[in-house]
Design a protein around this ligand. Structure first.
Ligand SMILES: Cc1ncc(COP(=O)(O)O)c(C=O)c1O
Length: 429
């Protein structure tokens, strides 16, 4: 009896949702308070409520010395997520094979249900893995394509995915058709047209990046996917930067395959990601890391990753709880509010400043690039950090030349004022 009680206590202390529940868990008092406060205002009203966001900041352990404006690269986890991971690590290290494979393993299916519900898809279409690279490489290297089949890509797609496509080109003789995107663009038609014009009789796949890492441009995935499907073409979507950043459900994109990193905007522990694909596609995609039934239509065939951290995986549940406490729409509205604050004020500093990201709501959100005439992107990032301890990341690609600024929910207007001071300094030296 005692050992049973102790087992239940330990299982409960594992936090998140281990074997106990398949429901989103806002039992953590801090999360309940956040939720109650958040519900008092509309997303737009809450976006400008500095007191609320100062309270959110208390849930992070961010550096007081550095102003982190590269949250697009990887997100810090909130305290509840960090604490959950610590708890899980503690138990795992009491007896790893038992706690990982005996207990935490049982948390995977409830977690799959939770995240599927959040993403608006069936749990039978979700596989957990370590990041977008692993998710999309599984698709790119696993889908059936033959010599001469064409895949449409562009230079602004993420290098890891382009490497995978180029490896298939080298090994299997598929052909990459590179389109020319003009960024930034405030006009959906100029983004859609090059993709549709590149479609030919041999086109089998269009690879699309939902939010371009170089400047934060959002692509109109749905419109391109609808046109592609009319011609029997499949669509792969790189959702590294949009999941849990902007408010959407995966099916709204109309794509066939989707990969994302949960350590970006969901704030799950570093090294967590997911792969989604339509149920009817699963049987035709070979897993990257083979299991005994590579032709199975069970999505779990993509999770044969060998020994890895089940603790990281289970702490995703706590990141979901934190996301639900704030709410998607409220988070998105705040991020956009912060982006508009710094970008509009930066533009007023001088005609030498260029914002190389569209302002329209459906074409951008937190990620934006600022350029200064006469400077290379990397130089701006370097000066902002060395003189002002403002951490951004230089971005130079085709028509983009600036530094990428990405606030997060814990970013204050004061932090952004420091960025503006830094930009002003560079204009004057
Ligand atoms: C558009 C895009 N895709 C994929 C990735 C790769 O993400 P990860 O390193 O988590 O696999 C990134 C990383 O920033 C990205 O910006």
């Amino acid at each position: 009896m005692n050992s049973r009680r102790s087992f239940i206590r330990k299982a409960a202390a594992l936090g998140t949702t281990p074997i106990l529940s398949s429901f989103i868990n806002l039992s953590e008092p801090r999360l309940q308070e956040i939720r109650q406060e958040a519900l008092k205002k509309s997303p737009e009203e809450l976006a400008a409520d500095e007191d609320f966001w100062a309270q959110i900041k208390q849930s992070y352990t961010v550096s007081p010395q550095i102003i982190n404006l590269n949250n697009g690269g990887v997100s810090p986890s909130s305290k509840p997520v960090q604490e959950s991971l610590e708890r899980l690590n503690h138990y795992a290290n009491e007896c790893p094979s038992y706690y990982m494979w005996g207990i935490m393993d049982q948390g995977r299916e409830p977690l799959r249900e939770n995240i599927a519900q959040y993403a608006g898809v069936s749990p039978e279409e979700i596989a957990f893995n370590r990041n977008t690279t692993e998710a999309l490489d599984t698709i790119i290297l696993g889908m059936p394509l033959e010599k001469g089949d064409e895949v449409i890509v562009c230079e602004y797609d993420y290098p890891n995915m382009l490497n995978a496509w180029q490896q298939r080109e080298m090994r299997d003789g598929i052909v990459l058709k590179w389109i020319d995107l003009k960024l930034p663009s405030e006009d959906k038609e100029t983004l859609i047209k090059p993709y549709l014009e590149a479609i030919g009789p041999k086109t089998k796949v269009i690879h699309l990046t939902h939010m371009i890492n170089y400047n934060g441009q959002i692509l109109p995935i749905k419109e391109i996917a609808e046109a592609a499907h009319k011609k029997g073409i499949e669509v792969v979507c790189d959702g590294a930067h949009t999941f849990a950043h902007i408010d959407f459900k995966i099916p709204e994109l109309g794509c066939d395959y989707f990969g994302t990193s949960l350590h970006k905007w969901l704030g799950a522990p570093i090294g967590s990601g997911l792969l989604w694909m339509k149920k009817e596609k699963i049987a035709n995609v070979y897993p990257l890391l083979p299991n005994p039934e590579p032709k199975s239509d069970n999505i779990r065939k993509f999770e044969n990753l060998g020994t890895r951290s089940f603790m990281i995986e289970q702490a995703i549940g706590e990141a979901l709880n934190f996301q639900y406490a704030m709410g998607n729409k409220r988070k998105e509205a705040r991020l956009r509010y912060l982006r508009n604050y710094w970008a509009e004020n930066a533009k007023k500093l001088s005609g030498r400043i260029s914002i190389q990201t569209p302002f329209k709501d459906d074409l951008s959100c937190a990620l934006a690039v600022v350029g200064i005439d006469g400077y290379k992107g990397g130089e701006i990032a370097k000066t902002l950090f060395s003189k002002f301890k403002v951490h951004t990341t230089g971005r130079v690609k085709v028509d983009i030349n600036g530094t990428r600024v990405t606030p997060h929910v814990y970013t204050s207007l004061r932090d952004l004022d420091r960025l503006l001071t830094g930009l002003d300094y560079m204009l004057k030296i």
